[in-house]
Design a binder for this molecule. Structure first.
Ligand code: CP
Ligand code: NVA
Length: 301
């Protein structure tokens, strides 16, 4: 069974294969209307369940459209409308779903839910974000970086802001794809200790971005964070906003990324988001191409 649960649990060779396959699938359909079927229809006759226990725009639509382009069928399911949200165990849900569908993608809260789904499903499971990681996002980010700036190996990536789930997948990717990752953010929002050794820390954002090939940020309040923490987080993170002044201290050709959704003029200014170094729309588009390659990998197609 080939799941796609995290970047660090997928081998560097498999990750590279996924990125290369995504790039070639993307170029094969350049300029075609979005609903045009892919020539080879690798997911013909396949059913895919997309389960969401949290909101989503990009993950939901990019998986849905991607599966359809590949010739498969999707079911987009809200966790709270399933018995899963009313006491049925994850293990039983996994066993039942495996009798109906060929692959399960789940966005959930606790990582344990994802891991249990994978343990008890007899079909591949893909991580569509948990409180801890967001591997599909980072596959899209690597694809986007390499389209614009060439191989990411040996490059310097700087994360400014909250040491959250998206950062965690970047940290896993730094090891697997062999790039340097610097975290700049307050000590109170330092990434979890399990990620120690995968990145370095520089508290001063102006020093951190020096020599950066890519500057990345994300929302200051994630879906799993209590809204009551909003004001405190904003106060802690204000100094880590990605603005034109900060970008000017990175390499002149440094890219800017944000997984979106953004709170404009909080974690990044509109000037940066809409500026020449921003690749956020390619990044969003590439969710679909990267995930199509992940689907192929999981299903051996
Ligand atoms: N970046 C991302 O995963 O976006 P959604 O929450 O809209 O899926
Ligand atoms: N860190 C954000 C990412 C959203 C795609 C969250 O978990 O809410």
């Amino acid at each position: 069974m080939t799941h796609f649960l995290d970047i660090h649990t997928t081998s560097p060779a498999d990750l590279r294969g996924i990125i290369d396959s995504a790039a070639s699938m993307k170029s094969a359909r350049a300029g075609l209307p979005k609903g045009t079927p892919d020539a080879d229809q690798p997911l013909a006759n396949h059913m895919v369940a997309l389960i969401f226990e949290k909101p989503s725009t990009r993950t939901r639509i990019s998986f849905d459209v991607g599966v359809r382009q590949m010739g498969g069928e999707t079911m987009v399911l809200s966790g709270k409308d399933m018995q899963l949200g009313h006491g049925e165990t994850i293990a039983d849900t996994a066993r039942v779903l495996s009798r109906y569908v060929d692959l399960i993608m789940i966005r959930t809260f606790e990582e344990q839910t994802l891991l249990e789904m994978a343990e008890y499903a007899s079909v591949p499971v893909i991580n569509g974000l948990t409180d801890r990681t967001h591997p599909c996002q980072i596959m899209a980010d690597i694809l986007t970086f390499e389209e614009h700036s060439g191989p990411i190996k040996g490059k310097k990536v700087v994360w400014s802001g909250d040491g959250n789930n998206v950062f965690a997948s970047f940290a896993h990717a730094a090891k697997q794809f062999d790039f340097d990752l610097v975290f700049t953010g307050p000590e109170t929002l330092q990434p979890e200790a399990a990620l120690d050794g995968l990145y370095t820390t520089e508290r001063n954002p102006n020093l951190a971005v020096q020599g950066a090939d890519l500057v990345v940020t994300d929302t200051w309040v994630s879906m799993h964070d209590p809204q009551s923490a909003r004001e405190r987080r904003h106060n802690q993170l204000r100094g880590y906003q990605v603005n034109a002044d900060l970008m000017s201290k990175a390499k002149p050709d440094a890219l800017f990324m944000h997984c979106l959704p953004a709170h404009r003029d909080d974690e990044a200014t509109s000037e940066v988001m809409d500026g020449l170094r921003s690749v956020i729309w390619d990044e969003a588009e590439n969710r679909m191409h990267a995930q199509k390659a992940v689907l192929r990998y999981c299903l051996g197609r």
